[in-house]
Write a protein that binds this ligand. Structure first.
Ligand code: SF4
Ligand code: SF4
Length: 112
């Protein structure tokens, strides 16, 4: 097919791209099961430290607060492999669809 015909054919096809980020992230259809920023169900965490031990990126540190031991996640080290969620015996860890986590400030990349 000539390049001219191919160009005409492509012009008539529906758009394959989205106006992200200009159109906002509501345009995106993020699939269920997507591993974005993690969330901790604090009341479910028993402070067992398994997530910290199993994390291949050393992206979790266990701290102690007034309720006992709990993990802090460091997004700048996390590779979103999902191992912490798999390992957690109480299902305290989940992943949200939040993927816009780039930052110049490492402090904002902590999930507490
Ligand atoms: S998703 Fe993987 S890399 Fe990220 S904190 Fe969990 S175990 Fe570590
Ligand atoms: S593995 Fe689960 S219960 Fe254990 S410290 Fe991590 S989040 Fe808490």
């Amino acid at each position: 097919m000539s390049i001219f015909l191919e160009a005409c054919r492509s012009l008539l096809k529906p758009k394959a791209t989205l106006r992200y980020p200009l159109g906002g992230k509501d345009l995106l259809q993020i699939p269920d099961g997507y591993r974005g920023k993690m969330a901790l169900k604090r009341e479910a965490c028993i402070g067992c430290t398994i997530c910290e031990k199993d994390c291949p990126s050393s992206a979790i540190t266990i701290i102690t607060d007034q309720k006992g031991k709990r993990p802090v996640f460091y997004l700048d080290r996390c590779m979103f492999c999902g191992q912490c969620k798999e390992s957690c015996p109480t299902k305290a860890i989940s992943f949200t669809k939040d993927f816009e986590n780039a930052s110049y400030d490492r402090k904002t990349m902590e999930v507490r």
